[in-house]
Write a protein that binds this ligand. Structure first.
Ligand code: MG
Length: 363
């Protein structure tokens, strides 16, 4: 689905988060990212979001680099109707691809979730939610935050951890306070055998990314050693990476992020491949604005995505969403936006309030 483009606008935004998220790879307090608007000849526009973080501490991509690659390579190629021939940069690529897909779907009055569902099975309209809780300074603060999420009806709580004794103690404290709570941890590649063994005592639904992204054999050895399912996040960069991970037994759950694999259609294919291989699958979060959140929610609604999504409602992250809010229902389930395309659009005055750079390129 690639109608010819007549213009592409890049908008770099800095959106303050309600609460900074601390993890093994750093802290995000302001979400600095690139939005892409793709314009078609009939005046229809679509939006996509580049999920790269401000600094290259999570994956090799970062916001300033994504801006440059989009401006110098991906956007000119798309406007000229040729292949960009760019290696890597899946998040920048996905942002432009999603903007084009959104525009094409809007032109046809079709929802993204219907487009993905046509090839991947009847999607749901609401999705169970995981609350991802960052590393806290004090255990009491963490317990208070978890209590809020439990009251809001989340299906699972996931704690960001490192091997630091305070993090290990925090997980044990949460388990002691809520003996029946579905609980998981995310090591973001930082865990060792000792910390993993201690964490495994807390009856976890899964341990996410204990070993660094490329260390699939370490992850496989860890999976064998502890009786807890291993979820892979940073490791899942492509269909080939997924197949290698499954072959060596590096994990049995997949955290899928459409930006990291180059777009929504690729991500949907990966979800189905993982599901067919018997893996649990869920859609992860990248501290999205409404544009990225709405698009990822449609992916999370596919039947192959069997586990609660890390995507939360807009209100969890920001005071004022850039778009219409992505919301949860009374039971705490995330609602897939109802409109055509990704279902939401940046509200001009809100976009103006957080935009720090813009660039418009025309054919
Ligand atoms: Mg993760």
């Amino acid at each position: 689905m690639s109608e010819p483009l007549v213009e592409v606008e890049l908008v770099r935004v800095r959106v303050p988060l309600r609460q900074p998220l601390r993890s093994a790879h750093g802290e995000e307090a302001v979400r600095d990212l690139v939005l892409v608007r793709a314009g078609l000849a009939d005046g229809t526009s679509g939006w996509g979001e580049c999920s790269a973080l401000a600094r290259p501490t999570y994956t090799g991509e970062h916001t300033a680099g994504a801006w440059a690659v989009l401006l110098e390579e991906l956007v000119p190629a798309a406007l000229e109707g040729r292949d960009a021939g760019v290696v890597g940069h899946p998040m920048a690529t996905a942002a432009l691809a999603t903007a084009r897909l959104d525009a094409a779907l809007r032109g046809r009055g079709r929802r993204l979730v219907e487009h993905l569902g046509a090839a991947h099975g009847r999607p749901r309209e609401r999705v169970a939610v995981t609350a991802v809780v960052g590393r806290a300074e004090a255990i009491d603060d963490l317990l208070a935050l978890v209590a809020e999420h439990v009251a809001a009806g989340v299906a699972l709580v996931k704690l960001k951890v490192t091997p630091h004794p305070a993090d290990l103690a925090a997980v044990a404290a949460v388990r002691a306070a809520w003996p029946d709570l579905p609980l998981a941890v995310d090591g973001n590649g930082s865990l060792d055998n000792r910390s993993l063994s201690i964490l495994a005592e807390s009856d976890l639904a899964y341990v996410e990314q204990p070993a660094p992204a490329e260390d699939l054999l370490t992850s496989a050895a860890m999976a064998k050693r502890v009786g807890v399912p291993i979820a892979l996040d940073e490791s899942i960069t492509s269909l080939g990476a997924l197949e290698t991970a499954l072959t060596v037994g590096a994990g049995s759950i997949v955290n899928l992020k459409p930006g990291r694999v180059g777009g929504l259609d690729v991500a949907a294919d990966l979800a189905r491949t993982a599901f067919d291989a018997g893996c649990g699958v869920f859609v992860g979060g990248m501290l999205e604005t409404g544009v990225g959140r709405a698009a990822a929610a449609a992916l999370a609604a596919l039947p192959a995505c069997t586990l609660p999504t890390d995507l939360g409602p807009s209100s969890r992250y920001v005071e004022h969403e850039l778009t219409e809010e992505v919301e949860v229902d009374a039971d705490g389930h995330l609602l897939v936006p109802a409109g055509p395309g990704i279902g939401v659009t940046p509200i001009p005055e809100r976009l103006d309030a957080v935009a720090v750079d813009r660039s418009l390129r025309c054919r």
